[in-house]
Design a protein around this ligand. Structure first.
Ligand SMILES: [Zn+2]
Length: 133
């Protein structure tokens, strides 16, 4: 993957994680990653349509996962796809919490642990600073 592709992905994402919506400027010490939505081990390509910007947390936890079990139904459910899905259709932020609105949203929020204590505390601080949007 060349530097121009990385820059294109970062610009398209508005320099924020396409999963949890954290902004790179609020996580300066941990550069965000250009990740493969469909991992290369599953046949995913380096094409921009298969790439997303992800914070270190989301990137590390997602890894090559494509699906998990919906915490409500227990059914195998695909993960949120930043190129094909709309964030606001699948998630809603309420204060420092990010809730899944659909099976895809619930499964992704659960697997990527959007509401772990550290993430909630970080969003609470950003909210106090008026930097959470
Ligand atoms: Zn993230």
């Amino acid at each position: 993957m060349d530097q121009a592709t990385r820059l294109e992905v970062r610009k398209r994402a508005g320099n924020r994680c396409e999963y949890c919506r954290l902004r790179q400027e609020d996580e300066k010490e941990n550069p965000f990653h250009v990740e493969h939505i469909i991992a290369q081990q599953h046949g995913g390509l380096d094409a921009v349509g298969n790439l997303a910007l992800a914070c270190s947390w989301c990137n590390a936890i997602k890894g090559p996962n494509l699906a998990s079990l919906d915490p409500d139904s227990g059914l195998l459910t695909r993960l949120y796809h930043p190129r094909k899905d709309s964030w606001v259709e699948h998630f809603r932020r309420d204060g420092a919490f990010i809730f899944g609105l659909t099976d895809v949203g619930r499964t992704t929020a659960w697997l990527l642990r959007f509401n772990d204590t550290d993430n909630i505390n970080q969003r609470l601080i950003l909210d106090e600073l008026g930097e959470l949007d």
